[in-house]
Design a protein around this ligand. Structure first.
Ligand code: C5P
Length: 243
């Protein structure tokens, strides 16, 4: 039987629809009871196109569009305008696109939402992808700065440009929260419920620990999508946040 959980805790969990064909993703999201948020990543978007965002919204779901935009300012502006007009409520951009591009992205998000009369989405800056290691940043990109400092610097750059939050590893949440008070959003993947397989996630935290550290929302994929009982797995994650 599903555990009981509050509506507020369900709002905090975003289920990543990774590795699914478009029909599968839509069937999956329709099946999970109580689900509020889903994440559409590049793989699903490249297959399904913008329609999938509208189809998920038609299921009364809220959409995190994780396309990690990184381009010149005019392209960032146009992409965020289109993504906002589609109804995506969280949209990722790379902080290292720079101030001008981040400001353009934010302006695009405001204009896109206004054009369809919906609320402005929150842009989330990606700082350093979890696949990078410090030595490889030095060797391949000649970046001498340590990852922890770089994350803080890029988050500050994004915040100064008017971006509303960051995506970060759970182990970065506390230091980012110390520098950026709410409502600055800190959305974190790398979440593993107690006892579930870590897989390729390098640095993980449980849902309540990540929220206690200052995360505003959590992205959880395989522990829910690959469960034999996705509704139960989702409910368990939510219940762990329900006090
Ligand atoms: O591992 P899980 O399936 O919960 O992944 C959820 C999200 O975490 C993925 O959509 C991806 O964006 C992110 N991820 C990450 N680092 C990894 C693996 C996945 O940040 N090593």
């Amino acid at each position: 039987m599903a555990s009981s959980f509050s509506a507020e805790s369900a709002e905090r969990i975003i289920v990543a629809l990774d590795g699914m064909a478009p029909d599968q993703a839509l069937a999956f999201s329709a099946q999970v009871e109580g689900l509020r948020w889903v994440k559409v990543g590049l793989e699903l978007f490249v297959q399904a196109g913008p329609d999938v965002v509208m189809q998920l919204r038609d299921q009364d779901l809220r959409v995190f569009l994780d396309l990690k935009f990184h381009d010149i300012p005019a392209t960032m502006e146009g992409s965020c305008r289109r993504a906002a007009a589609l109804g995506a409520e969280l949209i990722t951009v790379h902080a290292c696109a720079g101030t001008e591009a981040l400001k353009a992205a934010q302006a695009g998000a405001v204009a896109g939402a206004a054009s369809t009369g919906i609320a402005t989405p929150t842009l989330l800056a990606v700082t350093v992808l979890t696949s990078w290691e410090e030595q490889r940043l030095q060797r391949e990109l000649a970046i001498e700065q340590g990852i922890a400092d770089r994350v803080l610097q890029l988050a500050q750059l994004a915040a100064t440009a008017g971006v509303g939050g960051c995506v970060c590893s759970p182990l970065e949440v506390a230091s980012l929260r110390a520098q950026h008070r709410r409502p600055f959003a800190l959305v974190t993947p790398g979440i593993r419920p107690q006892g579930s397989a870590v897989g390729d996630q390098v640095r993980v935290m449980t849902p309540p620990d990540a929220i206690a550290a200052g995360a505003s929302q959590l992205v959880i994929g395989r522990p829910i999508t690959q469960s034999t009982d996705p509704t139960g797995a989702f409910a368990q994650c939510c219940a762990a946040l329900t006090t």
